[in-house]
Design a protein around this ligand. Structure first.
Ligand SMILES: Nc1ncnc2c1ncn2[C@@H]1O[C@H](COP(=O)(O)OP(=O)(O)OP(=O)(O)O)[C@@H](O)[C@H]1O
Length: 241
């Protein structure tokens, strides 16, 4: 049997006395796009951060690429895009990308080529030399995505990657995610947007720190006899995401 790319086992996370993730278990296969869908405060960011190794669970275990998290050993194999942009605003976009690309071990021609490729992908080529402090919110989001992609990670963890991005570019980003997953990248993406949720190969629906359903979008709609993911989600007792 092929081991899942990401294994979450009986995970519990508390902040002070408040339990925000409750006994979560998930097996996430390789080379699929898995969506985490849930209303604000459901625990999506907390879960993706734990998977990325940015925080530690109170109970349970997470393995990514057969490595117990958190672990520095696989940092280079992961791409993580946080919900709030972590950018050096006094530097240009190029310098930001250059900094992260070097951290990930890219050098010389390959580094330059990758920087150009990812900036083209997020449609920022003409703003490559602009200071990030002059970027709009949507441009910063796109640059953060470019940074998460620059080292061609095997696992991509994206926390609301398309917030503030216009519909046309959003579509092209989703086409790229689809292509990356076809090429073998495992992708987890949190979203509030229902039409994005439908594009995921499988969806974990979260509510109040618990997984209320985990299946393909089609199966979720079929099982609930609903014609949209939003209605299926409401059926399972989720508030409006
Ligand atoms: N560092 C922290 N300290 C205390 N409470 C926290 C912390 N981080 C998150 N929480 C709480 O944990 C719960 C889950 O938050 P989380 O950010 O994971 O939700 P979310 O589903 O990602 O929400 P959103 O869609 O609004 O981003 C919330 O009630 C939040 O207030």
């Amino acid at each position: 049997m092929v081991e899942p790319c990401i294994q979450v086992q009986q995970l519990t996370k508390k902040f002070s006395k408040r339990t925000v993730l409750q006994n979560i278990s998930l097996d996430i296969p390789h080379a699929k796009i898995t969506g985490l869908l849930g209303p604000s405060g459901a625990g999506k960011t907390t879960l993706i951060k734990l998977i990325a190794g940015m925080d530690t669970p109170d109970r349970g275990k997470i393995h990514v690429l057969s490595t117990k998290m958190p672990s520095l050993n696989i940092v280079k194999r992961l791409g993580y895009m946080a919900q709030s942009d972590a950018l050096y605003t006094e530097l240009t976009a190029y310098d930001n990308l250059d900094f992260f690309a070097q951290l990930y071990g890219l050098k010389g021609k390959t580094k330059k080529q990758r920087i150009n490729e990812v900036m083209e992908l997020v449609d920022l080529t003409s703003d490559l030399r602009k200071k990030v402090s002059k970027y709009s919110g949507g441009m910063k989001r796109r640059l953060s995505l470019a940074i998460a992609l620059v080292h061609q990670p095997e696992v991509l963890l994206l926390d609301e990657p398309t917030v503030g991005i216009d519909p046309v570019l959003r579509q092209s980003i989703w086409s790229e995610l689809e292509l990356l997953s076809k090429q073998g990248t495992t992708i987890i993406v949190t979203t509030h947007v229902m039409d994005e949720a439908e594009k995921c190969h499988q969806l974990a629906m979260l509510r109040d720190g618990e997984i209320i359903a985990f299946d393909t979008p089609n199966q979720l709609m079929k099982a609930t006899e609903k014609s949209s993911i939003e209605d299926a989600f409401l059926y399972y007792g989720g508030a409006k995401a």
